[in-house]
Design a protein around this ligand. Structure first.
Ligand code: SF4
Length: 305
């Protein structure tokens, strides 16, 4: 695929996002707009519908001043050292990062300010920055997570054509798990009905997570909001026409059919038990910050609650 790159500047590196129990951070940082990984289920497409030509997978906006913008925010008196999610609506380690190298400066700033971070990626390009991530993890909380949807590399290539193979993602996580202080985890997101939510596929992902002792595994079913529904269904008609009618039925209003979802989560719950894998992502984060809270902060929390 021929990609087009546009070079832009940003006023702020971090965006404030809505805090929920499932998303335990308030800020994310996206060094790029658009993403060439080209996942057929890309949830982020709807956030980019304002881009001029809707070419989310092919036209990438590179935020050339992201490090300076981040430094300004981290130095601001109002900055509270909150955890930053590196990514969110793009993959900061998508292939063009090899050329533009925005992440090393971002990591150096986080080290300088001892600022905790979560990094989620579908690439092992992050291993290039292993020393920086490990240094940050030696002084504050760092979580390295990989999204893994298909245990089989051939299936992975079909649904995430530019992401690195599942085998390489697991190897990347193993490296961080064994040789750094970063916590690691697997995000099985999304589970696509009929295609990646089969018992065999999920069982294998759980088994490898357990084998490599990767900390935790969390799951989410597929949601088809806005533009994502149209793009996803077009891919399904082309790549998996045998499932098209059933998927239309399951996603009549963009959300997964309730009864199907109940059965899916029963299956997932059995697998947690079978493999003794933890789903303990949010609790771990909370515990980390509670341990670091000063007595005054604890009093204020109690007063405000
Ligand atoms: S890696 Fe994430 S942002 Fe990039 S195409 Fe895939 S789902 Fe979209």
């Amino acid at each position: 695929m021929n990609n087009k790159f546009n070079f832009i500047t940003c006023k702020a590196a971090m965006n404030r996002i809505k805090y929920t129990e499932r998303i335990p951070y308030r800020y994310d940082l996206n060094a790029y707009r658009g993403c060439t990984h080209g996942c057929i289920y890309c949830f982020a497409i709807y956030t980019h519908s304002y881009l001029e030509n809707n070419n989310y997978f092919g036209e990438i906006y590179v935020k050339t001043n992201i490090a300076e913008a981040l430094e300004r925010q981290l130095c601001s008196k109002s900055w509270n050292g909150s955890i930053i999610n590196l990514g969110g609506v793009t993959d900061n380690y998508q292939p063009c990062e090899e050329t533009f190298r925005l992440m090393p400066d971002i990591l150096r700033l986080l080290i300088k300010h001892k600022n905790p971070a979560i990094i989620s990626t579908k690439s092992d390009l992050i291993l290039r920055d292993f020393d920086l991530v490990a240094e940050l993890a030696s002084i504050t909380y760092v979580n390295v997570a990989a999204t893994i949807t298909a245990s089989d590399d051939n299936l992975q290539r079909v649904i995430e054509p530019q992401g690195v193979s599942t085998t390489r993602r697991f190897a990347m996580l193993k490296e961080f798990r064994q040789h750094s202080n970063a916590s690691t985890g697997v995000h099985v997101m999304p589970m696509i009905p009929y295609i990646t939510d089969t018992y065999e596929n999920l069982d294998q992902i759980f088994a490898t997570t357990r084998e490599f002792d990767l900390g935790y595994l969390i799951t989410a079913s597929l949601n088809l909001r806005g533009q994502t529904r149209r793009v996803f269904m077009a891919y399904i008609r082309k790549l998996f026409p045998q499932y098209a009618a059933d998927l239309y039925n399951l996603y009549r209003d963009g959300h997964l059919d309730k009864e199907y979802k109940i059965q899916l989560y029963k299956k997932v719950s059995e697998l947690y038990k079978k493999h003794s894998v933890s789903a303990n992502y949010v609790t771990r984060l909370k515990r980390h910050f509670e341990e670091r809270r000063t007595p005054i902060e604890t009093l204020l929390m109690a007063y405000n609650s």
